[in-house]
Ligand binder design. Structure first.
Ligand code: FES
Length: 94
């Protein structure tokens, strides 16, 4: 089972997740605070994260990310990036 490590608010938390889940779903399921103003639809960028390890274990950037200008590493929209393997991310806090 893939593991996702979140860095947020000075804390580090590693959780198990199912392949195909988005980083946003995994964060919310595990009580990790993550903004999601547009409800996870790829229209706001408040769920932005920085991928520290495992970019290759995420689904490729999709049109919504590209339309929002999220095109460069290490940035990803957590509501669009689906995991396939182990990932380590930093939650971007506003
Ligand atoms: S929650 Fe709005 S872009 Fe991800």
């Amino acid at each position: 089972m893939p593991k996702v490590t979140f860095h947020y608010s000075g804390q580090i938390k590693t959780v198990d997740a199912a392949p195909g889940q988005t980083l946003l779903q995994i964060a919310l399921d595990n009580a990790i605070p993550m903004e999601h103003a547009c409800g996870g639809n790829g229209f706001c960028t408040t769920c932005m994260c920085h991928v520290k390890k495992g970019m290759e274990a995420l689904s490729p950037r999709n049109d919504r990310e590209e339309n929002m200008g999220v095109i460069d590493d290490p940035d990803r929209l957590s509501c669009q990036a689906q995991i396939q393997g182990d990932v380590e991310i930093e939650v971007v806090e506003y």
